[in-house]
Design a protein around this ligand. Structure first.
Ligand SMILES: Cc1cc2nc3c(=O)[nH]c(=O)nc-3n(C[C@H](O)[C@H](O)[C@H](O)COP(=O)(O)OP(=O)(O)OC[C@H]3O[C@@H](n4cnc5c(N)ncnc54)[C@H](O)[C@@H]3O)c2cc1C
Length: 364
């Protein structure tokens, strides 16, 4: 949608194909329905890709401030929170989708919903086919998403369109996803949400450290700190949770002893009861559980519940505008590319950045 707006503003004749019944259903669900569209703490260090320097160059061409300006050029006001995460002031993601729909309509962009592109070929021009018809085009931007959250129309079937032109697909895995852990570690904690520090360790060495919400579920942990950790964690890694990151171990140790009342106002009561039972009242064991609660990663809840896809069309197979190295005029934008960002607005920023670069390339 961002690419179509950019192209249509330059006078191009644009058609958007969407297999679903409406445009932007996933966008309307982002940021817990509030639409975390970008992050002002923006640099390529927040991304995973086969070519991070290329991501950095793209962000230099169209970064977070550009994305905010672009969105506000369609309407609304977008402001950051204390962690740099930018939202529409009305905190409604579906209103961001409405901005796009309104702008596409104003620019007379042809919208073809319920049309799944099943064939894309080139024979002196691009030929696109869907169940209801076919058309030809001078250029094509493939912005069909990845495999995460297939309920929004992204089941990975669109990778075949890229493969038909000789592209490979870097190995796919779900990220920004609930982590499954050993059952014993989460027993008795289901439903408890804490603001905690989280570490992922591999072979005893930290591969991720972060702070934020951790929510215990029946089979593992969720929440924004866990989503960020999921970009780094693998099956078999150790997780350590510090339930009291703002309280030094020495200070906590002075409180521990006697009955479970020693944990009052230190941690959530339900959590305190479970930790006390598990430590069998031993203050040393209790301190360890408070500052480094151990869990083992056994997997994730998979693409069905993931927010983003790792893997996709390698940046190494595209130029600086994400134009195919194998077929001039074929561009890629968004999650279909082998780029995934951390939680906090980085994936929508990537969609906007790559859409802008692809539009620039297509306009050349
Ligand atoms: C629940 C949830 C919350 C999220 N929250 C955030 C957030 O707050 N901030 C953030 O930065 N990111 C967030 N993300 C990630 C972000 O939404 C995606 O990375 C982003 O939408 C990717 O944009 P895209 O245009 O590449 O693909 P998508 O938004 O996935 O759109 C691709 C579209 O292509 C259509 N399509 C697929 N194949 C075909 C075909 N063959 N023919 C026609 N149409 C086709 C699909 O139906 C889909 O509508 C969230 C994701 C989810 C699932």
């Amino acid at each position: 949608m961002a690419c179509a707006v950019r192209l249509a503003r330059e006078g191009a004749d644009v058609t958007v194909f969407e297999r679903g019944e409406r445009l932007g259903r996933k966008l309307s669900a982002t940021g817990n329905g509030q639409g975390n569209v970008t992050n002002l703490r923006m640099d390529a260090g927040h991304y995973f890709s086969d070519d991070v320097p290329k991501v950095a160059r793209a962000l230099a061409r169209f970064g977070a401030e550009d994305a905010v300006r672009f969105l506000e050029s369609m309407g609304g006001v977008f402001l950051p929170d204390s962690r740099g995460r930018v939202y529409p002031v009305g905190r409604q993601a579906s209103a961001v989708t409405d901005l796009f729909r309104r702008e596409l309509q104003r620019l007379h962009v042809n919208i073809c919903c319920g049309a799944q592109i099943s064939e894309l070929a080139y024979d002196s021009a691009f030929r696109l086919a869907w169940a209801g018809g076919q058309m030809s085009a001078d250029a094509v931007v493939l912005a069909a998403g990845g495999m995460a959250a297939p309920s929004f129309g992204t089941d990975g079937s669109a990778y075949a369109l890229a493969r038909a032109f000789g592209h490979t697909i870097a190995p796919l895995s779900p990220v920004l996803v609930h982590l499954r852990t050993d059952a014993a570690g989460v027993r008795g904690l289901r439903g408890i949400r804490v603001d905690a520090a989280l570490r992922v360790l591999r072979g005893g060495k930290p591969v991720f450290e972060g702070r934020g919400d951790v929510l215990f579920t029946e089979d593992g942990v969720s929440g924004d700190a866990v989503f960020r950790a999921s970009s780094h964690a693998r099956e078999g890694d150790a997780l350590e949770i510090d339930f009291i990151p703002d309280v030094a171990a020495e200070r906590a140790a002075r409180l521990l002893g006697g009955d479970e009342g020693c944990l009052l106002c230190l941690v959530n009561n339900g959590l305190g009861r479970t930790l006390f039972r598990r430590a069998a009242g031993d203050p040393h064991a209790l301190l360890r559980l408070l500052k480094a609660y151990p869990l083992t990663v056994t997997g994730t809840r998979g693409f069905a519940q993931a927010q983003a896809t790792r893997g996709g069309v390698p940046l190494g197979e595209t130029d600086e505008c994400f134009q195919s190295n194998f077929r001039a005029g074929l561009f890629f934008a968004g999650e279909i590319l082998n780029v995934d960002g951390e939680c906090g607005g980085y994936n929508l920023q990537w969609a906007f950045t790559s859409a802008h670069c692809a539009a620039e390339g297509a306009l050349c």
